[in-house]
Design a protein around this ligand. Sequence first.
Ligand SMILES: [Zn+2]
Length: 1016
Amino acid sequence: MKRASIFRALVLVALTCAASAGVLAQPNKYARDPKQPVDEDYTKKIKEYTTEPFFLSPLVDYLPASKTVPTPKAVLGDVAGAPGKLPYTAEVHEYMRMLEKASPGRVKVFSIGRSEEGREMIAVAIAAEPVLAKLEENRARLAKLADPRTITLDDAEADRLVNLSVPVYYIAGSLHAPETGSPTALMELAYRLTVDESPYIKAIRSNVVTMITPVLETDGRDRQVDTYKWHLANPKDAWPSAVYWGKYVVHDNNRDAMAATLALTRNVVNFVVAQKVQVLHDLHESVPYLYDNTVGDGPYNAWVDPILTDEWQLLGWNNMSEMTKFGMPGAFAHGTFDTWSPGYLMFIGAMHNGISRLYETFGNAGADTVERKLQPNDYARTWYKQNPPLPKAMWSQRNNNNYTLTGLLTALSYFADNNRLFLKNFYLKSKRSVLKPKVEGPAAYVFTADDPRPGAQAELLRVLQRQAVEISRATAPFTVTLPVKKARAGEKPGEKPAEAAAPAGDPKPDAKAEEKPKTETKPFPAGSYIIRMDQPYSRIADALLDYQYWSPNDPQKRPYDDTGWTFGELFNVQVVRVSDAKVLDAAMERVTDVTVPTAVKGAGPVFLVNNDADPALLALRYRLKAAAFDVAEEPFDAAGRKFNRGSFIIRNVQAADVQAAGRDLSLQAYAVDAAPAVKTHAVKAPRIGYIHTWLSTQDEGWWRMEFDRLKIPYDYISTQAVAREPNLASKWDVLVFPPVGRGAQQIVSGMPMWRNPLPWKTTPLTPNIGKIDSTDDMRPGLGYGGVVNLETFVRQGGVLIVAEDTSQFANTFGMTPGLSVQAPARLNAPGTVMRAKLVDGASPIAYGYGENVSIYSAPGLVMGVSNTLGGRGGGRGADAGPSRPTGRGTADDMDHPQGRPVVTPPEEPKVEAWQAAPVTDEQLRNPLNVIPPPQRPRVVLRYGDVSSLLVSGLLENGNEIAQRPAVVDVPLDKGHVVAFAHNPMWRGQTQGTYGLVFNAILNFDQLNAGRKYDEK
Ligand SMILES: [Zn+2]
């Protein structure tokens, strides 16, 4: 048993002892109201659809009857959890509104926003009449507890408010589309909470406001129900799995709570913040039979208040305690899930001073009742699973609903019984967030007004605003004291001032550092943005902007998700962590709308736009489609400022159009009389083909979302369409093929062709699928014909952009001569922010970037380049050790063979890990396999040196990827394959590396610009 586990076991024992007395004192607490009739039909069906008596509890083994309020049967035609019944989103919502209509005193339905495809999201509030009637007054009191500044942090006033108020417990279901049980469970929960007159339910109704969003992923729910209906209509066939859930992503809709890019995430954040909810409880299905994975395992997120982790234990303990007494097998609270990343939807609660919770129950991905056989490690008894699940059992959707309902009712009951405690904790967590500068710090994060990337800075600030973080702006210059950062090996001190205050560990100062002062003063200009930490939602800002460190020695060996995310690094924006509380005295004002200056400066017919790697630059080219765009191949001075390589020189356009586009895209243009004297090339608006597979759309969805957000036009084509089109170049200039999450062979082969076709089409039976793209049969992949078409496209002059597994795909099928690609063998980097270095700043792909770029890598591909075909490529790397052979002398000496004069060999050229070894005369004797200089791979960006590779997260055996190429432009005949070792467009979080992709697109026919060729 791990040390942490022993500790938790002791806590559990202590809690159990403390609580058993209270339970004994009220033996009949689950008893129903004998005066209230039971709905006999419904109750009979519950029992019929439950496959074993121990899959039921006294809380759900009957349904109270009501003369006026309809049961879920009114919409479902059967009971919740009945076999074969999966309601669409609109049907679930229809039922909730029927409840509201039948019981307006106890039920209120809120519309909380719409999905990307326009489907409504709702929240249903249920409480006793006196509570619901004064919901707004209650909310106003909760708002004071949520922002203790409004009551001057007065604990006595907080206690008064706590005693008057009722907390909000917010339950949300159906985030993951194939986890199908929660909507019917929540329909029945809403009914029970509305009509049941048992003391148990009445106490919940009076002491907590239950809020329910029965379907979070409304688009995905409807597509899932379609595929289930298809399955019911074709019961003997294999059925299409929902390759799309939401418009953009599938499972990762539960990884969006940091950047909040999806509509559903934003709707939930807005609702949680507006209603000041105390708990956000998200419902999932995976493991048998109910796992409260909030308790889970370590490491816990490093920015949450310890009060919250205590609340997780309290709620989880009570849940398990109750379900254990009911004799329900397979209910447990510990397990393999760590709570490190704040990207899960439930974390919206945790990061806004509430409580995050999550259940995994057991579902069948549909409403069929089937025998489920478990793996030994799922049914084995462990210390935290004393009554484990059965090795095999008939499992029904009703069983699943019973577990969800029982868990939720006991949780609501415990929360209602302890509502003062949890409300007081809510206040304390909010107060401690406000006190952050005085206690653990920092005092603020500062975004300097002279950041070279104002557009990216504004985007990052808007992310914080979406999280309800208050943003201030300095009205005068100010100065703060910062600790001097010790330069890490391989980095020049002061190379990146943004990191001056980065808490990159606290290594022992070496002799040199001790001589230097430990602090320095740093001035910031007026207009700098300040994120004060003395605000209620300081915690989410701190979690997003700080650095993460996950020890390779952590007992948790399998991180559940990304281990690093530092947003300043990933947005390529300077963010300074300031502990000096004096920063809070700077003259500043609150900002509600983050804007960058976009008024065209100067006058003249030529417009200059600096290239600062802003993703919106590509959008500008499409926005001003008729204008003439030239791109500078060298930096230049004009209009009183410096312009980077890649800056735009725009002609044949009206100033008003430039102005309007600049305003919409947060870009600043400078008007001048004449173009600067600098080498340029023209860029047109490329025709983009965007390739997806029918295997998986999630990773590409994050790319597509950003293309759409920035209004970059593209044709969305499947690998099957690529296979059908022999002349891809006639339609597109650039093909973007984002990561698939599958191997090269599977991209080609697709799904197995045995059994039946799998249509993804809009039909009367399946009205919600086949809209984003459609096919008669999802099974065929790219095929060898498609591979040939792609290669032909590149050879004719097209550009193919690939990343991670699609880089491997292009390499496997011979489209990247001189590039070697392989998956790392020892590197451990499960979603880590790493330092990358610019190798060739003259490449158009690098336009706008500085010497350092932080990239997201998980873990990334080990690439090498070679000037010959078949070469593995790349030097041995900095840490490869001495290279001399066995012989006489020391490690640094030269060997001397005996019996002949000593011959000193010529010095071998030093080849770095990102470089190709120079071609030798021996190789040129027959140059067949020597790649001609213009066709050799061009490394644009490489991974950093091992000593400075880690920026945030977990990194182990980094030497395997250190210094290796990260972005390589590989010529193939007249075209190029641009290969990324990492994923540059990830979860809306890596906006700092979008520019690498967009530069490649914009300069597709000029990628050789600035290139220096080898002499031989
Ligand atoms: Zn899930």
